[in-house]
Design a protein around this ligand. Structure first.
Ligand code: SF4
Length: 278
């Protein structure tokens, strides 16, 4: 039994309304830290286990339960199954107040590996309606619904969305939002593998530069692959929030002298964010 409101989630970013990372209108929690290093991952900022914001489960549950017409939450990252106990507790706490609240999660590990994983990982699986599994494989990039490469699967773990999955398997697109403070952000699965490079170029052509979200983690180019084996067992080290394994791709610092400052928060191959100050 998972304690309902104990623990904290290391969070990279949250969004209270999104229509491109799962069915219907959903909140999104991007967690901080991933043990994998998929080539072409655009989530560099969320790969280190250091950083992020420690958010108490109870606080996140209050936020989710208090949201208006959203039907559920999507857990992304980073790697949600690196902190499964806290996320399972979060879903339990929200469903105490909103029993119909649905849950979807992304994982760089395959479903079979997670089933052989830790008790916490199985507990989180048991609370999900949908799982998008497997690592991002750039050579198999495709404009598919809610995922970036053809090896990734959308798996119905309950009957809640089974009918929906019979529909067209095409990209849900990207969603752009502008916050009251002028922050521009976007979420969704980029339809092309070099989307971020193209975005960088387009913004640069218009006088914007990108700055990564977490300057505490400067980029280490040429990082070796991470330790995780997506098809292998989700071994205990995978769930260790301190176990960053091999190289930390991090993010480049903000080059000086750019005409305008923008902030580039990328949190997964299937979600990304740009914050700008036009
Ligand atoms: S694509 Fe997902 S699983 Fe792969 S390194 Fe990036 S965040 Fe981790």
């Amino acid at each position: 039994m998972v304690a309902l409101t104990s623990g904290v989630v290391s969070v990279a970013r949250t969004l209270d309304r999104c229509t491109v990372l799962g069915p219907g209108v959903r909140a999104v929690v991007w967690v901080q830290g991933c043990p994998l290093r998929c080539h072409g991952c655009v989530a560099a900022e969320t790969l280190p286990f250091e950083g992020g914001t420690a958010r108490p489960v109870a606080e996140l549950a209050d936020w989710l339960a208090g949201l208006g017409p959203v039907e559920g939450v999507t857990l992304s990252g980073g790697e949600p199954f690196s902190q499964p106990e806290a996320l399972a507790a979060l879903l339990d706490a929200v469903r105490e107040r909103r029993p119909e609240f649905t849950a979807m999660a992304y994982s760089g590990f395959r479903h079979e590996a997670l089933r052989r994983g830790t008790a916490g990982q199985r507990a989180l699986l048991d609370r999900l309606d949908l799982l998008v599994d497997g690592p991002y494989v750039a050579s198999r990039h495709a404009p598919l619904r809610w995922r970036g490469s053809a090896n990734q699967r959308v798996i119905a773990l309950t009957g809640r969305y089974e009918d929906l999955l019979a529909g067209p398997d095409t990209s849900a697109g990207l969603e752009v939002s502008l916050a009251a403070d002028g922050t521009l952000s976007w979420a969704g699965v980029p339809p092309v593998p070099d989307f971020r490079d193209r975005l960088d170029a387009q913004l640069a052509a218009r006088g914007f530069a990108l700055r990564r979200a977490d300057p505490a983690h400067p980029e280490a180019p040429g990082s070796p692959p991470g330790p995780g084996d997506p098809d292998g067992p989700a071994r205990p080290g995978y769930a260790d929030p301190a176990g960053t394994g091999a190289g930390d791709p991090g993010a480049p610092g903000d080059p000086a002298g750019r005409p305008r400052e923008a902030r580039h928060d990328s949190t997964h191959d299937d979600k990304d964010e740009v914050r700008g100050e036009p």
